[in-house]
Design a protein around this ligand. Structure first.
Ligand SMILES: Cc1cc2nc3c(=O)[nH]c(=O)nc-3n(C[C@H](O)[C@H](O)[C@H](O)COP(=O)(O)OP(=O)(O)OC[C@H]3O[C@@H](n4cnc5c(N)ncnc54)[C@H](O)[C@@H]3O)c2cc1C
Length: 304
């Protein structure tokens, strides 16, 4: 029996673990990936908005976050697959068959990029699918590329790639781009960027790697094909809640609902970080929420 089991070891889960450890709680962290850090592995741009720390990218910030981990007493199990969770009993079954029990559970499972769900999207991973304009710029320099999405991330990536790619085609299903005006203004001066609004990408094609995409415009009867060598999809994120959503209250977008103490509706079950739909889904919100949850858990346990 542990005091606390934390599910997920991104910034929110790690912060909760460090705080629980400092507060003397017997803590176990379960992470499905090989490594801790969550979305920090996908941040290839400099991070200047975490108070007091400047990092070249997410990996560098993660190094700072985990620098003191050897001095802590919490247990951390990576590559751990959870098969089911009974949140009322606070019992967790692992795919290995092991059963775990704790007084409190903290859900810190974050979000994942939303998929388009079109043919070719999964098949061409590593064969023309671009993960990040910042990271993959040199790899796609001189190639025609297509970007799907209309928010900040999509337009920012289009602007980045427009410096090295002969053509960048931005495909957005809405009438207007949602990106901030500063990005949209920059788009006007980038003549190699073509924007197709009210359009959807319906297929990614190629033999060994991406060679073309199929785009359907709202007004057109038939889709058309466009030759490209790279495709980047930035259509938002969705919460990792599959294990819990039938047991907890979720909002209309599937995020876990918590109060100001990071508590869900179930006793001693907390949710922190991006999975709980913070107003600002950022590293600082995630680490702050971890501290709140740990403090609340410690005060509940001490009151017993
Ligand atoms: C490209 C990009 C740039 C960004 N730039 C900034 C920035 O400049 N500044 C800023 O503040 N924020 C930035 N962010 C946002 C920031 O990274 C997130 O807000 C933060 O990582 C949220 O932390 P989290 O711990 O809640 O979730 P995550 O980082 O998503 O971590 C969740 C963890 O839970 C694990 N997990 C999921 N499901 C399970 C399961 N069933 N069992 C076990 N483990 C599980 C995941 O593997 C992951 O390790 C950026 C994000 C991206 C993608």
């Amino acid at each position: 029996m542990h005091d606390v089991i934390i599910i997920g070891a991104g910034p929110a889960g790690l912060s909760t673990a460090f705080w629980c450890d400092e507060l003397g709680l017997d803590t176990l962290v379960l992470e499905q990936s090989e490594d801790v850090g969550g979305q920090l592995h996908r941040v290839h741009n400099p991070i200047h908005n975490y108070l007091g720390l400047k990092a070249r990218n997410g990996e560098e910030l993660l190094e700072r976050f985990t620098a003191g981990i050897d001095d802590t007493d919490f247990d951390l199990w990576t590559q751990t697959s959870i098969s089911s969770v009974d949140l009322t009993a606070r019992r967790i079954s692992l795919a290995s068959g092991e059963e775990l029990q704790s007084i409190a559970i903290v859900i810190a499972t974050g979000v994942r990029p939303r998929e388009l769900g079109v043919p070719g999207e999964k098949e061409f991973v590593g064969k023309g699918m671009i993960e990040s304009g910042a990271r993959d710029r040199d790899l796609f320099a001189g190639e025609d590329v297509c970007i799907v999405g209309g928010g900040d991330a999509a337009v920012e990536n289009a602007l980045l790639l427009a410096h090295v790619c002969p053509t960048v085609t931005l495909v957005h299903r809405g009438k207007k781009l949602r990106a901030r005006s500063e990005f949209k203004e920059q788009l006007q001066s980038m003549h190699c960027i073509t924007v197709f609004t009210e359009s959807v990408l319906t297929r990614i094609m190629g033999d060994e790697r991406v060679e073309a995409v199929e785009i359907k415009r709202k007004q057109a009867l038939k889709p058309f094909q466009l030759a490209v060598r790279g495709v980047l999809i930035r259509i938002g994120v969705e919460p990792n809640t599959e294990l819990f959503k039938d047991q907890l209250e979720t909002d209309e977008r599937g995020y876990l609902v918590v109060n100001s103490q990071q508590e869900t509706k179930l006793p001693m079950v907390f949710a922190v970080g991006d999975v709980s739909n913070p107003i600002a889904p950022t590293i600082s919100s995630a680490t702050g929420a971890g501290a709140t949850a740990a403090k609340v858990i410690a005060s509940r346990l001490n009151a017993k």
